[in-house]
Every structure is written in C-alpha cells, then in structure tokens.
Design a protein around this ligand. Structure first.
Ligand code: SF4
Length: 260
C-alpha cells in the first residue's frame, strides 16, 4: 500500500471522515473495499492518537531475549502479575542459561501468579533452549540485522511462539523494529469497528491489521497504533457495556450503542 504523504508523519492531523469512510460504518452496506478499510484505519489511528497522545512512551526497555520471556509470561495475564513473575525469574536466574537447566517445578512456582504456570514454565525453558541451539548463544540481538518479516519468521519457528509474541519482541524490546502486536483489547476494538471480520482470530488478524496501515510506518507509528487501540479497549470500548456515549469513534463505528 502506498504511504499517504499528506498525513505522515504528522500523526496529530485529524482528517475529516471521507464519504468512503462513512460508507464502511453502515453494516447494511456491501463488504468495504481494502481502500475503505485503509482510510478507516488511518482515521481511527489519528483520532485515538489525538485522545491518548501520540507518540506513546515505550513501557519496556528489555533486551529482545528478556522481552521474549516477558511476552510468554504475559499471555492472558494481568500486567502486574506477569511483571512480578518476570522479576522473580530474573532475580533467581540472572543468566537465562540457568533457567534452562533449572528444575521445572521451581520455575513453575516462581511464576505461579501468571495464568497456566504449569504450561508456561516448561515452554519458556524449551524456547530458551531452542534459541540457544539455533542461534548458537542465548542472545537475540542478531535479529536487528534482519528485515522485520524475516526476524518474525525466525522467532515463529520456535515452538509456542506466534505472531503476537514475535511482534512484541520486535516492537517492545530495545530492538524497536516495526511490527504490530495485536492483543485481546486491540482485537476486540478492531472487530467492533468493522476493520476485521468477527470470526477472524487474534493470530490471523496480525497481517490483516498491519496491511491496513502504511507500509513505511516506523516502529513508533506501529507501536502507537497498537497502544492506542489497546488503551481504547481498556478505557472506553470495554468487553461488556462499552462507553459509546464518550467514544471519539462512535460516528464511524457500526457497533456503536449496539453492544451490551
Ligand atoms: S462506538 Fe462503542 S463499540 Fe464502537 S469503538 Fe466506540 S466504544 Fe467501542
């Protein structure tokens, strides 16, 4: 998709909704075209950035291997709980190689506050072992020399690493590479807005949502897009009873005032 030089990189610009964008907002209309969806994705981004204040500051400053561990812990877990588990692992195993060799029961007990610790403990050990075997050392800094798609493919060859984790490693770690993670809030808001089909799962939604945004967007732009959609899901577009009456997207949202 061609970049839109009229609005990039000035993310604070808020273009008026075009006719095509308004047309996608009506569920009775035919399937929106990809051009309609790209325009709508940009409008959503610009409006939410105006509300939540882009650029958004990065919340992590971890090396990519540590970010991988952190991302694996965070699946379906509150940030505070996964943060505590990560800190406990880091204190007990200052070198991730020690975690590979540790008793799995001990790892499970250190991360007991996260969801499914009995699955995550052996998975983290296996993934770290896989990194060491394939990369020749416990370090993912070499991903910086790859194209984002290549780096993500490398990560996704590790058992148990999917698109959300690979995007998180590239985007949230000190690699600061362009990638769009999609979490459950982001995914829910995208469905309600009609950006993706209701039956498209989180994993397959990654390439679809990324393709709606300009190909030349920076790491910060994509991080902002993920963050503002996630924040909107947390603060306004709740899982139950979304606050449509104070939503900046209500006039372009086909689900406005329809979700209970
Ligand atoms: S209008 Fe309502 S359903 Fe649509 S994005 Fe806003 S809060 Fe969510």
């Amino acid at each position: 998709m061609a970049p839109n030089p009229t609005t990039h990189p000035n993310r604070s610009e808020r273009p008026a909704p075009s006719r095509s964008v308004r047309r996608t907002a009506r569920p009775s209309d035919a399937e929106p075209s990809s051009t309609d969806l790209e325009a709508k994705a940009r409008l959503v981004h610009d409006r939410l950035c105006a509300v939540y204040g882009c650029p958004i500051g990065y919340f992590h400053d971890l090396d990519p291997l540590s970010e991988l561990v952190s991302s694996l812990l965070s699946h379906r877990t509150r940030n505070a709980d996964s943060g505590r588990a990560f800190k406990a692992l880091r204190q007990r195993f200052p070198d991730w190689g020690e975690l590979i060799a540790a008793d799995t029961a001990e790892v499970e007990s250190l991360i007991h506050g996260v969801r499914w610790p009995e699955q995550k403990a052996p998975r983290i050990q296996a993934i770290l072992k896989g990194v060491r075997e394939r990369a020749g050392r416990l370090d993912l800094q070499f991903l910086a020399g790859m194209e984002p798609a290549e780096a993500r493919a490398w990560l996704e060859e590790l058992p148990g690493v999917g698109p959300k984790t690979s995007a998180a490693v590239l985007s949230f770690s000190t690699l600061r590479m362009p990638a769009l993670p999609v979490d459950s809030h982001h995914h829910r808001v995208a469905i309600r807005l009609g950006l993706i089909a209701p039956d498209l799962a989180v994993g397959p939604s990654h390439p679809v949502l990324r393709a709606q945004l300009p190909a030349d967007w920076s790491a910060q732009d994509l991080y902002d897009n993920h963050e503002v959609l996630m924040l909107h899901g947390q603060k306004v577009c709740y899982h139950r009873r979304p606050a449509c009456e104070r939503c900046t997207l209500a006039d372009i949202c086909p689900s406005a005032f329809k979700v209970s």
